[in-house]
Design a protein around this ligand. Sequence first.
Ligand code: SF4
Length: 451
Amino acid sequence: MNAMILLLKKPFKNSLSYAQNYFVKRFSQYNHEERLFTNLHRKERRSIKDALDEQTRFEITKILKKDPIDIIKTIEKSRLRGKSSGMPTFLKMLDVRDEMAKDSNIENKRKTSVVVINAAENEPGTFKDRMLLSYEPLKIIEGALIASSAVDSTLCYIYTRKDYYAEMINLQKSIVQCYGSKLLGRNILGTNTKLDILVHPGAGTYITSEESALLESLEGRFPIAMQLPQPVSAKGLFGLPTLMLNVETAANLSDIMKREISNKEVENNYETKLFCISGDVNNPGITEGKLSCSLKELIETHTGGVKDGWDSLVGVYAGGPASGILNKEQCERTTMDYQTLEALGCNLKNGSLIVLNNQDHVVDSLLNFFRFYSKETCHICPVCRPGIEDVEDVLTDLQHGTANFGEIQNILSRFQQPMQEGIVCGFADNFRRPFLTYVNNFQHDLVRRTR
Ligand code: SF4
C-alpha cells in the first residue's frame, strides 16, 4: 500500500517541480535585477510580518526621513511615467505641492492633500491590478507611503474593482498587519510620518477609469464623467489637492527609492512594465518586460508563442482594446514603447496584449468591445451617444459581409475630425481608436467584407 502511495505521489511531485522549472525558465530571459515585482512570478501570498524584515524596515525608515523634494527628485531621475496615462509622475507630485503652497498663503485654509491610487482596472483583457493586489500588497502600501510623503499627505485611498473581492480582502488584511507592525498610523517606524489608508470598492463601471468619475464615486455619488473646473492636483477629492496614481505606478515607487538609498542606478526603473497577454496564445498570463522590448519577443518568450505558430498571427491589440489593433506586419517590427506605438496609431495604455490568430476574430472582437463600450458609456456627449451605436451597426454588417462603403465613410469623416466640441472626457478618443486602426491596418479584410 505504501509503495502504491509513493508511486502515486511521484508524478505529482515531478509535475510541481516541472511547473517551477517552467516559471524559472520562462522568466529568466529578463535579468532578475531588472524585475521589480519578483513575488508576482513566485505567486506566494506572504504575510506582511514575513515580508517586513529588518532590512525593509531600515530602508523604509530611511526613505521616510528624506526631504519630500529629494524624493521627488529621485522619481524624476528614474523617469517613471504613469503606467496608464504616460505622464511623468514627478510632475504630478510637483503640481500638488505647488497647489498646497498656494493654499498655505490663504488664512484658515488647511494645508493638506490626499493620494488616490486607482486599482480598478475595467478594460477587457487587463488583469495586472488584480495580480498586484494579490501578490504585491506590501509594494502598494510602500508606494502609498512614499507618494504621501512626497506630497505631505496623511490620507490615501486605494480604489479597487468591486468584484475583486478576494484581492480586496487580501489588501485589507495586509493593511491591518501594517498598522500592527507600525508601518501605518501615527509615527510610522519611529518617524514623524502619519498615514491612514482606506480601501474603497469601485462602482463596477468602466467610466470610473476616468478621473472625474472616479472622484464622484469616491465621494459617494453615482459615477459620471464631467469636465472639472480645475485639475485634480488643485481641486480633487473633497476639494483638496489630489495626487492620482495608477496602482502599478505606485507599486514602482518603493523599488526606485530603495535603489536610490542603496546607491544603485535608478535611471532604468522606468523601463519596466507589466504586460498582460491573453487571446490566442499557448500560455496566457502576466509578465514584466522592458518598455523597449519587441512585441514579437514578448509573445514568443513569455507565452509559449501564438497558438498554431507565429505565422498564424493576424493582429494584436497592443495595450488593451482601446489602444487599437496592429496587423501582423506591424507586430513583427514594433517595440513596446509609447513613441513607437503612437507612430502606428496605437498607444501603450495599460499594456494588455490581446493576440488574435484568426481573421474572423478581428471583427468579432471589435464588435464585442463596442458592445461593451456601448453598455458602459454614459451617453451624454454627441460623439459617444450615436457614435458607438453606429460603429456597432457597421461592425455587425461587416461580420455578415453586408457593410457598405458609404456607412464606413460616414463614420470615418466624423471620427477623423478633432474631437473637441461637446466632449466631456477622453474616452471618446478611446472609442474611435480601435475602429480607425482596423480601417487603416486591415484594409484587405475591410474590402473583403464590404459590398
Ligand atoms: S465622452 Fe463618452 S464616456 Fe466621456 S463623458 Fe462623454 S459620453 Fe461619457
